[in-house]
Design a binder for this molecule. Structure first.
Ligand code: PEP
Ligand code: MN
Length: 432
């Protein structure tokens, strides 16, 4: 089977040059860090930790600014504190960041005002501008992905270890949200409880290093095979191949064919990996993927990211969970409540309703609780900025509001307030 969703480059020699460049570039992440993440995900498999994976649908090169990266990190850290407190379990913090530049598309073409051009496939492949020239795949962009990912990771590492992620600081942002926004006021009680817990720690003189920094990992969809291959290296400690473009990579709903090139690639790397599972997935499909991608049944190696849609999860997910449980599959289950809930608003914008998103997460928790498996985490498209892309939430964004600040070049993201609200709502589900 050929590889799905790959760009067709007009100039093969330019592709060779880009790939050569990538092959000799230093790793973006270390294999040992990938192993650390794997062991944290193994805790999730055992029901002893929760994953928060989030970021843009599609990062853009123009979006690599200190403000943008900081805002995204800030909202993820804020959410993680709330979830950690409510769930009384460690939260594994995993950005959809520093590499999320390639997009699978349902259609190869896009038509606007009667003009049809090749679809935008992410900054990794072509340009968003709706012109013929910009939509031609350019392999130099793969080198740009590497450089922008390096710059982003550098910032992420500085922010998460250099004092910015201090627990008291993150809690102060949460109390600001609770006090200053009508949407936040409903969560005053939990914020006050966290405050109390922190005061207690201070009173007894506890000041562990975990108060001052966090472990943060990055991930993206492994889509453009040339890029992922060029960044796959043999680790000198273990003699095994790792994709050093990110700590974790996943494959999407459109590229998870058992005999496809993406499954093949992921089967050979040692990183923790994910697979998106949509509503057409049968229990046997899931088992076959696990057999191929995690033959040793190693805990932490494989995460299934379900994205059924709010209307389908309660019926669709339990059979998968039951089969996996009966077979003793070691897998982390996390909920992507975004991709099964996309629709076109009457204004023409692609959007999602906050209520549907929360309803899918609730359905995910219900399904796991009924089967006796662990609802292991969340996979969310979000941003730290005050965009208007998803409708609903405490700010009650409506269809008419979408044009105010719709900035995503692909799918609609939860904005800062919607993301924080989600954390408080999911916190209640975790604590229940
Ligand atoms: C995505 O995560 O942006 C995506 C395209 O998801 P899926 O593969 O689940 O459709
Ligand atoms: Mn998306």
């Amino acid at each position: 089977m050929g590889a799905a969703q790959q760009p067709t480059y007009p100039d093969a020699s330019a592709l060779d040059l880009a790939v050569d460049r990538l092959r000799t570039s230093p790793p973006l992440v270390f294999a040992g860090e990938c192993d650390d993440l794997k062991s944290k995900i193994a805790d999730v498999v055992r029901g002893e930790a929760f994953i928060l994976q989030g970021g843009d649908c599609a990062e853009t090169f123009a979006g690599v600014t200190a403000d943008n990266v900081r805002n995204k990190l800030r909202v993820l850290l804020q959410m993680a504190v709330v979830l950690t407190y409510a769930g009384s379990v460690p939260v594994v913090k995993l950005g959809r960041i520093a590499g999320q530049y390639a997009k699978p598309r349902s259609s190869d073409f896009e038509t606007r005002d009667g003009v049809t051009l090749p679809a935008y496939r992410g900054d990794a492949v072509n340009g968003y501008d709706f012109t013929e020239a910009s939509r031609i795949p350019d392999p130099q962009r793969l080198v740009d992905v590497y450089n922008n990912s390096a710059a982003t990771l550098n910032l992420v590492r500085a922010f998460t270890t250099g004092g910015y992620a201090d627990l008291r600081q993150v809690h102060t942002w949460n109390t600001d949200f609770v006090r200053s926004s009508p949407a936040g006021r409903r969560y005053e009680k939990m914020a006050a409880e966290i405050e109390k817990a922190l005061e207690f720690m201070t009173a007894i003189g506890a000041d562990p290093k975990e108060f001052h920094g966090v472990d943060f990992y990055n991930s993206h969809e492994a889509l453009v095979l040339e890029y992922e291959h060029a960044l796959t290296r043999i680790d000198s400690r273990t003699n095994a191949p790792y994709d050093v473009s990110a700590h974790m990579v996943w494959i999407g709903e459109r590229t998870r064919q058992l005999s496809g090139a993406h499954v093949e690639l992921l089967s050979h790397i040692q990183n923790p990996i994910g697979v998106k599972l949509g509503p057409t997935t049968s229990p046997d499909d899931a088992l076959a993927l696990a057999a191929k991608l995690n033959p040793a049944n190693e805990a932490g190696r494989l995460t299934f990211i379900t994205r059924f849609g709010a209307g389908k999860i309660r019926e669709g997910l339990p059979p998968l969970l039951e089969k996996a449980k009966a077979e003793g599959l070691n897998v982390a289950w996390i909920c992507d409540p975004m991709h099964g809930n996309t629709f076109e608003a009457t204004s023409g914008y692609k959007t999602r309703s906050f209520d549907d998103v929360i309803d899918e997460v609730q359905g995910f928790f219900d399904a796991h609780r009924s089967v006796g498996t662990w609802p292991g985490g969340l996979h969310v498209e979000l941003t730290g900025d005050d965009v208007t892309e998803c409708v609903g939430g405490g700010e009650m964004l409506s269809d008419e509001d979408l044009n105010q600040r719709y900035e995503s070049v692909c799918d609609p993201r939860l904005n800062r307030v919607q993301s924080l609200e989600m954390a408080f709502l999911v916190a209640d589900m975790l604590a229940a």
